[in-house]
Design a protein around this ligand. Structure first.
Ligand SMILES: Cc1ncc(COP(=O)(O)O)c(C=O)c1O
Length: 382
């Protein structure tokens, strides 16, 4: 871990983004060039071909490296492309212990694609050290965690999981999409690789897909870089520019997402038509203390168990201000139905294990005025 030179919000605006040397432009330029003039054999300015490296992508990667406190970052075309790159570091015969409450797409990739290439996996409750130990195998190479988890906001102890994985010669991979480095820095707690869907809070405006992997050391960084260069799932310069622009306001956005979510969670917890609220900032959350220890904020995501699947269906139909749709982390409030959306591909027993019921709704609390979000949810719930 490197000690950051500046506070987070300063790094978000300046890290990797010097004013343009030619014009003084304060925004790092968008380099739309697939290739670069070379002055002779092996003589170039560090850029040869944009799949290998692109200045705009490099600026974003440098910023992400500093924000997560890592040594190297690589930007991918989507969160799933980033996750796939981390899996492609492994080889046939390797095994992964994966959090049971992981994003549905990660499970789909493990089950439907990577299994065909000889990678095996076992799901486990990453809030329980003994559950992990029980499923550990001699060929386990990754412990894969997502905290807070999607969609039921379970909190995993990153430090404890890193110790467990390292003691057995494996790496800890943390999906930090829900928290962003503003909310939590997994490398600080011992994780080896952090993955992101930048589509979500890092971009923050629901106008582009992207992903990133940040590595704790240069060896891992080089290995992920080799996958990016070889398989080619790069983030385009334009998308890099948008993510970089989003990151500049990440700190203030995350604070407000979190404040709005806490207010809504507390109100929903007293609502007669809501059976249960999942939010790490509620006193009723079983791991609130751990959340306070490893997270700076409680975040903008919450989930509610409505009265019945019929009630959930009726509620989303009645939303007026909030949007019913996939994704999360944008400025607008998004309500989703994990059972038929993000976690649709999960088998019934896996859904049950992950707490994904037909009456569960996930809310990505946006930056609208909290009173307006509340009023819309209230009329929809009633
Ligand atoms: C926690 C988490 N990780 C990864 C992904 C995949 O990201 P993308 O949709 O950018 O491929 C998502 C998408 O919803 C997610 O929620």
């Amino acid at each position: 871990m490197k000690t950051p030179k500046h506070a987070f919000s300063t790094l978000a605006i300046h890290a990797g983004q010097p004013a343009d040397a030619t014009t003084g432009a304060v925004n790092f330029p968008l380099y739309l060039s697939s290739t670069y003039a070379q002055s002779g054999l092996g003589e170039h300015k560090g850029y040869t071909y944009s799949r290998v490296a692109n200045p705009t992508r490099h600026a974003l990667e440098s910023c992400l490296t500093e924000l997560e406190g890592g040594v190297a970052a690589h930007a991918f075309a989507s969160g799933m492309a980033a996750i796939q790159a981390v899996l492609l570091r492994l080889k046939a015969g390797d095994h992964i212990v994966c959090a049971r409450n992981v994003y549905g797409g990660t499970a789909r990739l493990l089950e439907g694609v990577m299994s065909r290439f000889g990678l095996t996996h076992t799901y486990a409750d990453t809030t329980d050290v003994r559950a992990i130990e029980r499923v550990w195998q001699p060929n386990t190479r990754y412990l894969w965690v997502e905290t807070p988890s999607n969609p039921c906001l379970e909190i995993t102890d990153i430090k404890a999981m890193a110790a467990l994985a390292h003691a057995r010669g494996a790496l800890l991979v943390a999906d930090n999409t829900f928290m962003t480095p503003y909310g939590q820095r997994p490398l600080e707690w011992g994780a080896d690789l952090v993955v992101h869907s930048t589509t979500k809070y890092l971009n923050g405006h629901s106008d582009g897909l992207g992903g990133a992997v940040i590595a704790v050391n240069s060896e891992l960084g080089d290995e992920i870089g080799a996958v990016l260069k070889s398989a080619g799932g790069i983030l385009s310069p334009f998308e890099c520019f948008l993510v970089q622009r989003g990151i500049k306001t990440l700190a203030v956005r995350m604070e407000q997402h979190s404040a709005n979510a806490l207010e809504l969670a507390q109100w929903l917890a007293t609502h007669p038509r809501v059976k249960r609220v999942y939010y790490p900032g509620l006193a009723s959350h079983p791991r609130r203390k751990l959340a306070q220890r490893q997270m700076r904020i409680f975040g903008g995501m919450l989930a509610i168990e409505t009265e019945s699947p019929r009630h959930a269906r009726a509620m989303v139909k009645r939303l007026r201000l909030c949007t019913f749709g996939e994704s999360l982390g944008g400025v607008e409030t998004l309500v989703s139905h994990p059972a038929t959306m993000s976690h649709f591909g999960l088998s019934q027993p896996r859904k049950q294990e992950a707490g994904v019921t037909d009456s569960l709704l996930r809310i990505s609390v946006g930056l609208e005025d909290a009173a307006d979000i509340k009023a819309d949810l209230e009329q929809a719930l009633r």
